[in-house]
Design a protein around this ligand. Structure first.
Ligand SMILES: Nc1ncnc2c1ncn2[C@@H]1O[C@H](COP(=O)(O)OP(=O)(O)OP(=O)(O)O)[C@@H](O)[C@H]1O
Length: 259
């Protein structure tokens, strides 16, 4: 008998209505039911305005649900705001400037990230050589010279290095759920491909549970064990494991023709 594992993330009838009671009232997340098991890596597709960021926003807690529930590791986090969810959920945005403090050095930013969700996280900026070495090892894995720039102000990094740092910061505490919001979209093709490769390696190595929004259909096919398409605030299509592996670019293009 196969054992059914408890989900890491669960959305139950998750709904967001904006401008309620006005002429502009609109359902932007429409009774979404969704579960992720440990190690699931879901690529998220959808046209502009489909509701992809809304989906990630409600999971992160930056947008409250109007009705419904969100559970992480079985804990009801529906009423917790974004800050109170940071020990469970980490996010990397499209803009390399988000998520890092420009005047702080690379290692100071990493130290803050390492202490995320802990009390007294601002007590000291001092780094032991052990922690410094740990940071260097992590950054060297990014393969873009970041490991040589531990004492450089983050604002002086290239966009690609800064985005790689944001990714390391988001994953350093092995969050229960990792949200990637088009995190490679602002990078040139080579840098983007490199960050995607290490993203995939880290998700697999640490068995992270991750959602990645992308507009790149090939990336959505190449990465992850699940793929979803959001339209009008609903999950309209889902493919998993073998059925995802069988999907082709043409299948996705056909799907998008309907919108
Ligand atoms: N706080 C809000 N108040 C009002 N409308 C909102 C709010 N947040 C999102 N919307 C609307 O909800 C719809 C979905 O937006 P969302 O940003 O989730 O789409 P998206 O799929 O991420 O689009 P894109 O690919 O362009 O980033 C859009 O029509 C948007 O204008």
């Amino acid at each position: 008998m196969t054992q059914i594992k408890d989900p890491i993330l669960e959305l139950i009838d998750a709904t967001v209505v904006v401008n309620q009671g006005t002429l502009n009232e609109k359902i932007i997340l429409d009774h979404v039911n969704f579960k992720m098991q440990a190690g699931d890596f879901v690529t998220v597709l959808g046209s502009n305005g489909a509701g992809k960021s809304t989906f990630l926003n409600v999971i992160a807690g930056s947008l409250p649900l109007t009705t419904g529930q969100i559970l992480v590791n079985g804990q009801d986090v529906t009423k917790l705001n974004e800050i109170k969810r940071t020990h469970l959920i980490a996010r990397v945005f499209q803009d390399p400037k988000m998520g890092t403090a420009p005047r702080m050095t690379v290692s100071e930013n990493l130290l803050l990230a390492k202490r995320r969700g802990q009390r007294h996280r601002l007590t000291s900026r001092k780094l032991t050589s052990q922690v410094q070495n740990q940071f260097k090892t992590l950054l060297d894995q990014m393969g873009n010279g970041l490991g040589q720039r531990l004492n450089v102000a983050t604002g002086d990094l290239s966009g690609g290095q800064r985005q790689a740092l944001s990714f390391v910061m988001a994953t350093i505490t092995k969050p229960a759920v990792l949200l990637l919001d088009e995190h490679t979209a602002a990078l040139d093709p080579k840098t983007s491909a490199q960050l995607l490769k290490v993203t995939d390696e880290r998700i697999k190595a640490d068995k992270l549970t991750a959602l990645m929004i992308t507009h790149n259909l090939e990336d959505a096919l190449s990465y992850g064990n699940r793929l979803i398409i959001i339209n009008a605030g609903q999950i309209e299509f889902e493919a998993k494991d073998q059925s995802k592996n069988k999907l082709t670019l043409n299948d996705l293009l056909e799907h998008f023709k309907r919108y």
